[in-house]
Write a protein that binds this ligand. Structure first.
Ligand code: ATP
Length: 138
């Protein structure tokens, strides 16, 4: 089966939402393969967000992602990449559909950076790249 990288971002960990996110993933029927709480080094975060290199919000995004621990997890299941993105909802939490993680648990707090609780890989190529980056031993 397919694997994806899920991150509960520092806003989600600070707001005690890690368990709620894992609960939704497991309730959906997906399998946790690995999970670890850690403060990610900025070098790792710059690699992780390589597709955003040069974008104006990248430095703030890296600083935010480094501001506290993230819960990094590898989640497995048939079509899990698409399935988790559907669980997560739209990037802007103000308009993310109710029923989704972002739609139920977050709103735009007016910071220049979008704080939206979770990250999920967006394609098989990003999933492979991100899992190798965060869990090199897998
Ligand atoms: P993620 O990759 O975190 O699952 P996503 O795929 O919905 O989210 P991306 O476009 O990959 O969104 O952006 C990565 C993250 O960068 C977003 O989740 C958000 O936190 C932040 N971000 C994206 N676009 C902006 C923006 N225009 N202004 C501020 N922050 C942004």
């Amino acid at each position: 089966p397919q694997r994806t990288l899920v991150l509960v971002k520092p806003d989600g960990v600070r707001r005690r939402l890690s368990g709620e996110v894992l609960r939704r993933i497991e309730a959906k029927g997906y399998t946790l393969v690995a999970a670890e709480l850690r403060v990610a080094p900025t070098e790792l975060l710059e690699e992780h967000y390589a597709e955003h290199a040069g974008k104006p919000f990248l430095p703030a995004l890296v600083e935010f992602m480094h501001s506290g621990p993230v819960l990094a997890a590898v989640v497995e299941g048939y079509r899990v990449i698409e399935g988790f993105r559907s669980l997560a909802g739209a990037t802007d939490p103000t308009v993310a559909a109710p029923g989704t993680i972002r739609g139920d648990l977050a709103h735009d707090v007016g910071s220049p950076l979008i704080e939206n609780v979770v990250h999920g890989s967006d394609s098989p190529e990003s999933a492979a790249r991100e899992i190798a980056l965060w869990f090199p031993s897998l």
